[in-house]
Design a protein around this ligand. Structure first.
Ligand code: ADP
Ligand code: MG
Ligand code: MG
Length: 880
């Protein structure tokens, strides 16, 4: 096979299509050259050579040397210079380049081919001795540190001393004579550190650099980076050898990096930085402060390249257009200008913020550069999360408590809690909480999930809290070292102010600020480009998208984000309200059905009101209401003092209270007396809930004229008989409510599929069900036989060591849980072809899981309100 691919003006062997073989850099250099852009000629040694090199005990393939020599000769002919020629030397750069850009690989070596003889030739020929000696010292420094492993600071020290002796602060002020001295000193350092003189033969230099690139593929930094980013070692890296062009030949020379559009806002403006009279590494190394490329980005006093080098800028602006039209995407470009002539040294699709990503996709579609479907594919659904969170009202007054790192965007107010369990407990009661920890660990995940925001006093941008919060889309301020947390006293102290558990604070995850008390917020703007993109997504998706919501606030948010109904309304969340919990507990304490009915009668008006509000917000849309699911003991207080309080309030003895709590305690509540098992033991509970639903629906139908479509969902069904019994009760209630009202209403009764038995007997269960909703949280627990509440102790290890590819509670386990869903869907539809199928649970908002739902033909996904746009976009991408 061919090991070496040449590129150059008008005649490249490769192209952008050969990215796997040539690496990203090499493939795009070839592509740019063949579309007529000014690329200095060169050649790429393929990634296959890297792979063979490691397969064969670090030996190059036989044919390589010959192919390199031929390709080098071609470059020599192209530029009219010879490698190692003392009169007119060819200099090259040696650059690594894998398929994906990869920090940890060898740094680029520039000016290779210089030695004690060619440097003189370069000086004479260019008429600029200073430039020649500056290039030589750069080369020795780079080659010395990158290829020969001499410590970087050994070189820096010499420059510092030279500048001190010369009395200057800028490198650019040093003369040819100064650089000559530096070169001599550098050569001494290399000889001293490596025991050998600096290599003078340009071919030795080149093979040394090529060997260093391939060698760096297996250095520790690269290995670690590959592991973190799931890049296989078998991909290998390519090596690019390219004729040098010089940005350091004077003031009509420059080097720079730019983006064809602003990568932070997406604005269609040429955005970048450049340095006059410099070589590439100067921009990165931060020795000098780069200047803005365009006038529009220049601050007063700054001279942009547009003004300093207008002709070269105009040429670059032309290339910008060519590249965007050719690649149909925003490009990240590296260039050099030698005596006013532009050379292109790299291009690739540019990284951008979520905001910029949306704007660029929409504007490119509107200008016809890409079509709408392509625009929909361009935006990562997960990244939308960053755009959907509220921000603090800039006009609101606020009291700053402390500052930390802006670890995850969005603003949140809530009651301070200091443990994950407390966060979860209070959130279940509908309270907004901020979880405050010194640092977090995998055991805190449930609390982080339950919290509106997360604050830690230790750790950086990549700490556990920061990474997990970003993943969940929770605002997070990390590493706020100025705050002292006292878990024992349940307080946090900052600058003399003490905040207790249960008091309110506000976080701004975008700035890292922490404020005392509540600060008003502004909802994100969902108009403009965002709305357009979502509209295009909607036109291209098949799956419906609903929300999991029970409070009016959540339902409204869901509507605003485009939810097409509610896929899961958990009625037990309504039971925790302080006004109602008393009646719930009274019901639990009652000795007989009559007692329970008395208590339930008190709850009925509350439940009815809840549903009225939901139905109003979701007017005309389906609303799936799940009847009571959790075991009853969850509604009883846990602490002894609280038990006493409740006993007193209910007028029962503390002993009776304790006894009842004892009776209800279960060894394994997840698999205990819950779901439809409750409805079968205490039919009056489901009767009350059904009554509340029908009465509310009739009310809203009369009020709005748009009849709601209640979908009543029975949880934890494993056998058809369970559904038959509960369904019969519901139909009975419907009949009686409709008779009283003198009106009827469409409704359906279905079941949650969350037990393996239900999935496996779905054909039978479907006979009694109008719809299935896959409760994939519980289904994951029951299919794996692992408890979500205890998984924190071992699941992270499973993911880390590759036993599981991902957390199956975040992204559906296609192989196991997915198979169960597929079986149930097929069996269900075999019985009832039109059976409506949906998914609720965390997976409904996860793009990978949504792709799976599209594949097996579900009707809709349902997810938390803030994930609705993510789901809409992911559903469209799954369908395209
Ligand atoms: P990285 O992958 O770290 O960006 P590159 O191989 O792109 O490394 O090289 C970094 C910089 O070195 C380039 O942006 C460019 O400024 C400079 N450079 C590389 N090759 C050449 C060349 N042939 N002529 C002039 N400058 C070069
Ligand atoms: Mg580069
Ligand atoms: Mg469940």
């Amino acid at each position: 096979s061919k090991y070496v691919y040449s590129f150059g003006p008008g005649a490249s062997d490769g192209s952008a299509a050969l990215k796997n073989l040539l690496g990203g850099k090499g493939a795009n250099l070839a592509e740019m050259a063949s579309i007529g852009l000014p690329v200095p000629p060169g050649f790429t040694i393929t990634t296959e050579v890297c792979t063979e090199f490691y397969d064969n005990d670090r030996q190059y393939p036989q044919a390589l040397r010959g192919e390199v020599a031929a390709a080098l000769a071609k470059v020599e002919a192209e530029v009219g210079r010879k490698f190692g020629d003392p009169a007119k030397p060819l200099l090259v750069s040696v650059r690594s380049g894998a398929r994906v850009s990869m920090p940890g690989m060898m740094d680029t070596v520039l000016n290779l081919g210089l030695n004690d003889a060619t440097v003189e030739g370069l000086a004479t020929e260019s008429g600029d001795a200073r430039f020649a000696w500056d290039s030589y010292r750069r080369f020795i420094q780079m080659y010395g540190s990158v290829v020969l492993g001499v410590a970087h600071h050994r070189f820096e020290e010499i420059i510092e001393t030279t500048k001190m002796d010369a009395g200057t602060i800028e490198d650019t002020q040093l003369t040819a004579e100064d650089w000559k001295l530096v070169v001599a000193a550098y050569q001494d350092v290399v000889a001293h550190e490596t025991g050998k003189p600096f290599p003078q033969d340009p071919h030795d230099q080149m093979w040394g650099a090529i060997g260093a690139v391939f060698g760096s593929w297996m250095n520790q930094r690269a290995i670690t980076y590959r592991r973190l980013h799931e890049i296989p070692a078998s991909w290998g890296t390519a090596v690019n050898v390219q004729a040098m062009v010089f940005g350091n030949m004077g003031d009509d020379c420059a080097t720079g990096v730019c983006f064809t559009r602003d990568p932070s806002t997406g604005l269609n403006e040429f955005y970048g930085e450049y340095l006059p009279n410099a070589q590439g590494e100067d921009v990165v190394a931060g020795i000098r402060t780069p200047r803005p490329l365009s006038k529009s980005y220049a601050k007063p006093g700054e001279i942009s390249m547009e003004e300093a080098l207008p002709e070269a800028y105009a040429e670059l602006a032309r290339v910008r257009d060519v590249l965007e039209r050719h690649y149909h995407d925003m490009q990240d470009i590296e260039f050099t200008i030698q005596r006013n002539k532009l050379y292109m040294l790299q291009t690739r699709n540019g990284k951008r913020t979520a905001n910029a990503s949306v704007r660029i996709a929409v504007e490119m579609a509107e200008s016809g550069l890409i079509d709408q479907r392509e625009a929909v594919m361009r935006v990562n659904p997960q990244s939308l999360d960053q755009l959907l969170h509220p921000t603090l009202d800039p006009k609101a007054t606020r009291t700053l408590l402390a500052r930390g790192l802006p670890a995850s965007p969005g603003a949140a107010s809530g009651l301070v809690v200091f443990s994950a369990d407390e966060a979860e407990m209070r959130a279940q009661k509908g309270e907004a909480v901020i979880l405050v920890r010194i640092e977090t660990s995998p055991e805190d995940i449930h609390g982080m999930h339950a919290a509106r925001g997360i604050l830690t006093t230790r750790g950086g941008m990549t700490s556990h809290a920061a990474v997990v919060a970003r993943g969940m889309g929770r605002p997070c301020v990390a590493g706020a070292g100025g705050i002292h947390v006292d878990y024992g006293a349940k307080t946090l102290t900052a600058g003399g102010v003490t905040v207790r558990a249960g008091e309110t604070i506000t976080l701004d995850g975008a700035t890292g600020e922490i404020f005392a008390g509540f600060v008003p917020m502004i909802e994100p703007a969902l108009s403009g480009d965002f709305a357009k993109l979502m509209d295009w997504a909607d036109q291209n998706r098949r799956l419906g998208v609903r929300a999991n919501a029970e409070t009016p606030l959540d339902a409204e948010t869901a509507r605003k984000f485009g939810a097409e109904g509610i896929g899961l309304s958990r009625t037990e969340h309504m039971f925790f309200d302080p006004e109602r919990i008393g009646a719930v507990r009274q019901m639990i304490m009652a000795n007989d059905e009559a007692g329970r009915r008395t208590a339930l009668a008190k709850l009925l008006p509350y439940q009815r009101q809840d549903f009225i509000e939901l139905f109003r917000i979701m007017a005309g849309l389906p609303v799936t209401i799940r009847l009571l699911d959790p075991p009853l003991h969850e509604f009883l207080p846990h602490a002894e003092e609280e038990l006493e309080e409740v006993a007193e309030a209910l007028g029962v003895g503390i002993e009776a209270m304790r006894q009842r709590a004892g009776e209800l305690a279960e060894a394994n509540p997840m698999l205990g007396h819950r779901g439809c098992r409750l409805g079968i033991s205490f039919p009056e509970i489901y009767e009350m809930q059904a009554r509340a639903i029908f009465e509310a629906a009739l009310d809203v139908a009369r009020e709005t004229g748009a009849a709601p479509v209640p979908e009543i969902m029975i949880p934890l069904v494993g056998m058809k008989r369970e559904l038959d019994i509960t369904r019969a009760q519901i139909d009975e209630v419907a009949k009686s409510v409709f008779a009283t009202a003198g009106r009827t209403l469409d409704y359906s009764v279905g079941t949650m599929i969350e037990l393996p038995r239900a999935a496996l007997t779905a054909d039978t269960i479907a006979q009694s069900a109008d719809f299935f909703s896959f409760g994939t949280n519980d289904l994951t627990q029951t299919v794996f036989g692992l408890s979500r509440d205890d998984a924190g102790k071992f699941l992270p290890k499973y993911v880390e060591s590759g036993i599981l590819p991902k957390d199956p509670f975040v992204s559906i386990d296609v192989e196991g849980v997915g198979a169960m869903v597929r079986i149930a869907a097929e069996k269900g539809r075999a019985t009832k072809p039109g059976l409506k199928l949906g998914i609720c649970g965390e997976h409904g908002g996860d793009p990978a899981s949504i792709t799976f739902c599209e594949e097996i033909g579900l009707d809709y996904v349902s997810c938390s309100p803030y994930r609705v746009p993510v789901a809409r976009l992911a559903a469209a991408q799954a369908a395209i």
